[in-house]
Write a protein that binds this ligand. Structure first.
Ligand code: G1P
Length: 286
């Protein structure tokens, strides 16, 4: 049973400055819901019970978001705004959260290692809130189904064009069944020439606790950071390790264009202004 999901949320969000100068990037909203809430909801819908937030300086808003806000609730209650009150309460009761601090931003691998004690000796998920996936079956759930069949680590994969491989971890592997790869190797942010394939790692992982020992030993990699990919690469060389080409629409909200596309996508799913927004977009096309 995979009960816990680690959310590394200590990043500085420099790509979105000045918006992220005083606000965590995970609190940037698509329409009216912060990125972190999309991914926490995905975790819940996949059966996760506990979230481990690996946080850092300037991230208080994340803690407040998943906590009660009694002043706000009082106000909404007394002004008869029942719907909003329900929304606000729902978020605070959504999931149990454990907070650990990263201290120094030394890389994704370092962030995941910080969650070691909170996770304990059990399999767990890692979710990157930059990656938003809109899917009928939640992306993490698709991974968990493969994990349950093979009892080995599983990561999410997406085929990307050549010009995008250098933004991601990229895998080398064998397709063993529809959408499932047995992974042999992976490289963090390769150049097009070095990329072993066009299958990129997207921010969803189901991992076994032996990853922590690997992370303890991994040397700083690209960008001088402790890379999760480098630890996973060791695991893939030692034992079975799978990748799932998930179904669903993925938005890389770690970059501005991806974020804008996601905003339009989720706005068009909202019945209350879908038609009007579409009409507006059509005037732009003309
Ligand atoms: C991280 C991982 C990378 C992965 C990507 C997915 O990179 O290191 O392997 O492909 O997330 O979004 P980051 O986006 O943090 O630079």
């Amino acid at each position: 049973m995979v009960r816990k999901a680690v959310f590394p949320v200590a990043g500085l969000g420099t790509r979105f400055l000045p918006a992220t100068k005083a606000m965590p990037k995970e609190m940037l909203a698509l329409v009216d819901k912060p990125l972190i809430q999309y991914t926490v909801e995905e975790a819940l819908a996949s059966g996760i019970e506990v979230a481990v937030f690996v946080t850092g300086r300037g991230k208080r808003a994340l803690e407040d978001h998943f906590d009660r806000s009694w002043e706000l609730e009082y106000k909404l209650e007394h002004s008869g705004k029942e719907d909003l009150l329900r929304e606000v309460r729902k978020v605070s009761e959504m999931i149990e959260v454990i907070y650990v601090r990263q201290g120094m931003p030394l890389g994704l691998g370092h962030a995941v290692l910080r969650a070691r004690n909170a996770v304990g000796n059990e399999p767990f998920a890692v979710i990157l809130s930059d990656d938003i996936v809109d899917a009928e079956t939640p992306c993490l759930k698709q991974l968990l189904e493969v994990y349950e069949r093979f009892n080995a680590p599983v990561i999410a994969l997406k085929r990307v064009p050549d010009e995008e491989v250098s933004r991601y971890g990229v895998v080398q592997g064998k397709l063993i069944e529809d959408r499932v790869f047995l992974i042999e190797d992976m490289v963090e942010k390769p150049s097009v020439d070095e990329a072993p394939s066009n299958y990129a790692v997207i921010g969803r992982y189901v991992l076994t606790p032996d990853v922590f020992d690997k992370l303890e030993k991994v040397e700083p990699g690209i960008g001088g950071e402790i890379q999760l990919t480098d630890a996973l690469r060791e695991m893939a060389k030692e034992g079975p390790f799978y990748g799932v080409v998930f179904e669903g629409e993925h938005f890389d909200c770690g970059n501005k264009l991806g974020f804008l596309k996601a905003t339009v996508h989720f706005a068009l799913k909202r019945q209350e202004f879908k038609m009007e927004f579409l009409d507006y977009l059509r005037t732009l096309v003309l």
